[in-house]
Design a protein around this ligand. Structure first.
Ligand SMILES: Nc1ncnc2c1ncn2[C@@H]1O[C@H](COP(=O)(O)OP(=O)(O)OP(=O)(O)O)[C@@H](O)[C@H]1O
Ligand SMILES: [Mg+2]
Length: 326
């Protein structure tokens, strides 16, 4: 889908920001770029949509060199989300999101539908938020709008440059979960930049670790964790383990402990919901929540409780906050 062939970028000062990069990102893949500050992550992103021209080598999208695309084609087919999302302050959320599809002259009705649908998908009720101004939203909500805006033109590729790093840990975790869920339904090709190994491992189908403009290792999170290529990778993984205490605090929780008890007569109305075992651990629970809003909890043959996604995530966030202070 996106192919880098020996790509080098030398800035005016003569230093190589990226140095002979060759790799391929598959269609529909969630590809994470990670590495220390200045290693060239943003430069890689910007060469894909030609915000930066390469110095040598070639980048191809669907086999075609990016230089052969019209710039407008690239901009419309590639969504871009930044760390500090710059929404237009005097335009409503709805207007911000509709801007690019309107420039593309998509039918108004279609735009409105997709704006509402996308806002709903990132947890912003369109009836509540569509007509608000960015200043009336929290940072996390603005960032969600940024993601929606990048998706509004229905691009094939989404470039995300540290989109969540300005957010508090709980909001960040929520947005990560939302993005994973979103990705399961829309299947874009996502190139995602982060400093945070935990985030990389959680989100990535594959993770590409960079240092000094070069690739140190590319692999699935599993491969990287199980077989780090060298000490540099190990060091990065070490950081992730150190900052992983949040997860350890909440990970002892099981489905049964999190579930709300169900009255016997309400069990019938919850027919058709997915059922999970009472001892299901938190990690697996989250995967179920990626697909389901509500889960029934079963002990043996008996349904003993209900898990509502939003309430459960709030509960976990509370546990993390309380546990974090202890
Ligand atoms: N416009 C520019 N002119 C000159 N040098 C630049 C320019 N942009 C970036 N660089 C240099 O290129 C290298 C890579 O920068 P880049 O922004 O890609 O790093 P990064 O990995 O995104 O870093 P960070 O994690 O801090 O965002 C750095 O050494 C940087 O100083
Ligand atoms: Mg950067």
């Amino acid at each position: 889908m996106i192919l880098f062939e020996h790509v080098t970028k030398t800035y005016d000062d003569g230093r190589k920001a990226i140095d002979g990069l060759s790799f391929e990102i598959q269609k529909g893949e969630f590809f994470v770029l990670i590495g220390p500050s200045g290693c060239g992550k943003t430069t890689v992103l910007k060469t894909i949509n030609r915000l930066i021209e390469t110095s040598s080598g070639q980048i191809r999208i669907e086999g075609r060199p990016v230089d052969d695309y019209k710039l407008s084609e690239l901009r419309w087919n590639i969504g871009y989300v930044l760390q500090q999302i710059a929404l237009f302050p005097h335009m409503t959320v709805g207007e911000n999101v509709a801007l690019v599809p309107e420039l593309m002259k998509k039918p108004r009705e279609e735009i409105e539908k997709s704006v509402n649908r996308l806002l709903g998908m990132v947890g912003l009720d369109p009836d509540v938020y569509r007509d608000k101004l960015p200043s009336e939203l929290s940072g996390g909500q603005q960032q969600r709008v940024g993601v929606v805006r990048a998706l509004a033109a229905d691009p094939d590729i989404l470039l995300m440059d540290e989109p969540f790093s300005a957010l508090d840990p709980v909001t960040r975790e929520k947005l990560q979960n939302d993005l994973l869920e979103l990705q399961r339904s829309i299947r874009k090709t996502i190139v995602f930049v982060t400093h945070d190994m935990r985030e990389a491992i959680k989100l990535g189908d594959r993770v590409c670790l960079m240092n000094g403009g070069k690739i140190v290792q590319i692999g699935s999170p599993d491969e990287i964790v199980q077989h780090p290529a060298n000490d540099f990778v190990r060091e990065f993984l070490g950081d992730a383990a150190g900052s992983g205490t949040h997860r350890e605090i909440a990970s002892h929780l099981t489905a049964e402990e999190l579930a709300e008890p169900l009255e016997p007569d309400s069990r019938i109305t919850n027919d058709g919901a997915v059922t999970i075992g009472a001892d299901t651990a938190l990690g697996e629970l989250l995967w179920h929540f990626a697909a389901e809003k509500r889960l029934l909890v079963r002990r043996g043959d008996e349904v003993i409780g209900l898990l509502d996604r939003e309430r459960t995530l709030k509960r976990i966030a509370r546990e993390i906050e309380e546990g974090g202070e202890a």
